[in-house]
Design a protein around this ligand. Structure first.
Ligand code: SF4
Length: 93
């Protein structure tokens, strides 16, 4: 058995791309959500209904596919989906 490395990172580890946790996330205004299910059709891995609580939830993920979230935002009939904005930097958080 060969040992390639005892300390430090191997070349394959150096090239490994581990996505950082995304700095922004989608959110929903539950006061306006009618539970139509449109966002679940667009992005079922991002949005889900909490049947016990009776409202829409955003799944806890490290990364949100921006094109899918943007598509859900664009198609929400109640205009209640949005990206959370950092008020200090005016950027998505
Ligand atoms: S598309 Fe909008 S109104 Fe419909 S369930 Fe999703 S957040 Fe609620």
């Amino acid at each position: 058995m060969r040992i390639h490395m005892l300390y430090g990172k191997s070349e394959s580890q150096e090239n490994l791309k581990i996505p950082k946790k995304q700095a922004h996330r989608p959110a929903v205004d539950l006061t306006r959500c009618t539970r139509c299910g449109g966002c679940l059709e667009v992005a079922p891995d991002i949005f889900q209904f909490n049947e016990a609580a009776g409202y829409l939830e955003i799944c806890e993920l490290d990364y949100y596919d921006e094109s899918l979230v943007d598509e859900a935002i664009k198609n929400c009939p109640e205009d209640c989906l949005y990206w959370e904005i950092d008020e200090g930097t005016n950027q998505k958080i």
